[in-house]
Design a protein around this ligand. Structure first.
Ligand SMILES: *Cc1c(COP(=O)(O)O)cnc(C)c1O
Length: 473
């Protein structure tokens, strides 16, 4: 593709995306295709000869779009958001354009230094403990996802617990890890990958607000110690995926410190709320954590993938993950004056992901980001108020931030039908969880373009379909 063609089609693609965002509200949020339908319209074999770019672009609308669930729709309230924004998309495009691979400082100094710098900015923006700054003992790195960050934290905890012996001799079966029974499934996955074994992951009970019960954690650790096991890792959650529960970090941190256990705090979605001083209570006690992560790719207007992972002691992380084959040796690394991020995560290679984050922060400014986060929380709280005022519905728990867990009082079957019909309507998309052993609907407000009218329309639609179902039940 010549520069001239690239210019021409590049403009066409940007126009296509702008049109898409202008029309996104009119599209059914949840894709309606059947399994296999998208593939059935694709040729069985790759083309032998190159095709005109116009044809390729045309096929996006005809062949691909029907199978797209519109995550950026303002009517998307499912799971947790994965929001994006103009500056993020353009930053990502520039990253693709530069096409650098930043495994070492020397393979593109700007890729490393901008990342270090923006992650230091974020420590200040979220008012995180200063030990996470690169100028202190720790530092931050962009990972693809919270799952990878938690795995790196677990590996570091495992190694620190035995003076980095497992890296040399392999894993023994006496390690134990702890998390609450509400924690994200990525913790269980990390435990499997790290060779700890699922049987050695303890699920700690939660209280009525779905936060970890610290007493129970202490009891489990004590029992494991007495039985000769090696407690090495606790994963606490700030904003659980099911219910947005917040674990009590001060108590958990105290227990970890006493027992010399690595404490990782997973704030994948909710961490973004700490942009606003009034929500910083979610991080109370974070000064006792060994590591922390949150995903700007969930709620901070930065397109997937972008997880920010911080450690208090970068030495432990680097000692856990570092490798040095001859073909990667270079003067800058040996000088000790630079960061080589290849030692801070699982893959060797890495994209220039800090560009999109830098664009987002500069475009919105701290005040702009705060404005949108406050608005989302306000809308969710408004929705929760409507649920409370309607006798047919109840809240499963008082929503701390932007996730509302609620249900119709008519039982699981009615709630299931209600959700299925809402999602089939295409007007909105929400998902479910189980709380108090009952099917519970989740409505999370966090898409970039979501406004009052979208949340209001969602509630009206929920009431309307519920009324129809009540009539037949
Ligand atoms: C979404 C989520 C994750 C997993 O996020 P990825 O970045 O997709 O790995 C982990 N923990 C919590 C609490 C989450 O909400």
């Amino acid at each position: 593709m010549s520069a001239e063609e690239f210019r021409h089609y590049g403009r066409a693609v940007v126009d296509w995306i702008a049109d898409y965002y202008e029309n996104i509200e009119s599209l059914p949020v949840l894709s309606k295709v059947e399994p296999g339908q998208i593939r059935s319209n694709l040729p069985s074999h790759a083309p032998q000869k190159g095709e005109p770019f116009e044809d390729i672009l045309k096929d996006i609308a005809e062949l691909i779009l029907p199978g797209v669930t519109h995550w950026q729709s303002p009517n998307f309230f499912a799971f947790f958001p994965a929001n994006t924004s103009g500056p993020a998309i353009l930053g990502d495009l520039l990253s693709s354009g530069l096409g650098v691979q930043g495994m070492l400082w020397t393979t593109s100094p700007a890729c490393t230094e901008l990342e270090t710098h923006v992650l230091d900015w974020l420590v200040e923006m979220l008012d995180l403990p200063h030990k996470f700054l690169s100028s202190e003992s720790g530092g931050g790195v962009i990972q693809d996802a919270a799952s990878s960050a938690s795995l790196c934290a677990l590996l570091s905890g495992r190694e620190r617990a035995t003076n980095f012996a497992s890296n040399e001799r392999g894993c023994n079966t006496r390690f134990v890890a702890y998390t609450s029974n509400q924690a994200h499934s990525s913790i269980e996955k990390a435990v499997k990958i790290a060779g700890i074994g699922r049987e050695n992951l303890r699920l700690v009970d939660v209280d009525e607000r779905f936060g970890m019960q610290a007493d129970h954690l202490a009891q489990l650790i004590e029992k494991d110690r007495q039985e000769g096991r090696i407690p090495c890792f606790v994963a606490a959650t700030v904003g659980t995926t099911s219910s947005n529960g917040v674990d009590p970090l001060p108590e958990i941190g105290e227990i970890c410190r006493k027992n010399n256990i690595w404490l990782h705090v997973d704030a994948a979605m909710a961490g973004t709320a700490a942009l606003c001083p009034e929500y910083r209570w979610i991080h109370n006690g974070l000064e006792m954590a060994d590591s922390y992560c949150f995903n700007p790719h969930k709620w901070m207007f930065t397109n997937f993938d972008c997880d920010c992972f911080y450690v208090a002691d970068r030495g432990a992380l680097i000692q856990t993950l570092s490798i040095l084959p001859e073909y990667l040796r270079n003067k800058a690394s040996e000088s000790g004056a630079v960061i080589d991020y290849r030692d801070w995560h699982i893959p060797l290679g890495r994209r220039f992901r800090s560009l999109k984050l830098w664009f987002v922060i500069r475009h919105y400014g701290v005040e702009g980001l705060q404005h949108h986060v406050r608005r989302h929380i306000e809308l969710a709280q408004q929705f929760a108020g409507w649920v409370e005022q309607d006798d047919h519905f109840e809240l499963a728990v008082k929503p701390p931030l932007n996730l509302v867990c609620f249900r119709h009082r008519g039982g699981d079957e009615l709630n299931q039908q209600l959700m299925d019909q809402l999602n089939r309507s295409g007007d909105l998309y929400l998902t479910q969880t189980s709380m108090h052993d009952r099917l519970t609907l989740r409505l999370c407000v966090g898409q970039t373009a979501t406004e009052f009218r979208h949340v209001e329309r969602a509630w009206k639609k929920i009431q309307e379909i519920a009324a129809e179902l009540e009539a037949v039940h």
